[in-house]
Design a protein around this ligand. Sequence first.
Ligand SMILES: [Zn+2]
Length: 268
Amino acid sequence: MSFTNEQVERYSRHIILKEVGAKGQKKLLNAKVLIIGAGGLGAPVAMYLAAAGVGTIGIADADEVDLSNLQRQVIHTTADLGKAKVKSAKETMQAINPDVKVNTYRKFITSENIMDIIKDYDFIIDGTDNFPAKFLINDACVMAGKPFCHAGIIRFKGQLMTYVPGEGPCYRCVFKDPPPKDAVPTCKQAGVIGAMAGVIGSLQAMEAIKYIIGKGDLLTGRLLTYDALTMTFRTVKLPKNHECPVCGDHPTITKLIDYEQAECDMHI
Ligand SMILES: [Zn+2]
C-alpha cells in the first residue's frame, strides 16, 4: 500500500516521527479498533483515532444524544440532540478524516453479541460507564485473546490500564467482581468534570496507537490513576493473579455473564 499525496500531507506529523514513520502510519491505516461506548471516554478516543488514520474503527452504543451529555461528550454537538450516538459520532469522525471506515453498532453489548462484534478487531477500547459492561468486556477479551484498554472516570478522578493476552493481569485480576448494585455511585449520581473524559479518553487513544505501531510501554501490569484536584498521576504495579477466575491457572468463569440480568434473575 502506498500513500496518496493527500495522505502524505495529512499524516506528515506522524510520518516524521521515527517511532511512527511510513511503516507505523501504514500499520495505523491497516488497523481495526473497536470503541465500546460513544460517550465521554469514547468521544476523544474516536476523534483521535480517526484523526490518526486508524483505517477501520467500530463504535458501539445504544443511546441517543442527550443535552446532559454535551458537557463532556465532545464528539456530539447541540445539533445532534436526539440522534443516535453512533450516527453522530460517525459523522464527526468522517468529517475529521474521510480516509477511515467507521462501522456502527447501535446496540447494548451483551454476552450474546460481544464475541461476534469484537472478533474482527485488533484492539478494544472500554469506554463504558458501568461495571456489568466492564466485566463483560474484560471476560470476552480474555476469552477471545483480544487486547483492550480499560478506563473509568468519576468526579475529579480517573484510571486506566491495558490488558494484552499473555503479558499481564486482566481487569478481573485486580477487581475480582462487580461491586453490589448501587454500592458505587455512577457519574450520573456523583458527577464528573467534563475535561476528565478528555484526559483519560486521550490516554486510551494513546495506548491503542502504541499497541498498533508496537512502540513504547503499555499500561500492562500497571494501573494509572489521575487525581485532577491534586494534579497527581500515579502508576501502581499490578501483578498477574494466578487465582483469577477468568485468566488464572484454573479458570472458573468459562461463560460470559450478564451481571444485570443475573441480578434480575435473583429477584424473580
Ligand atoms: Zn485475570
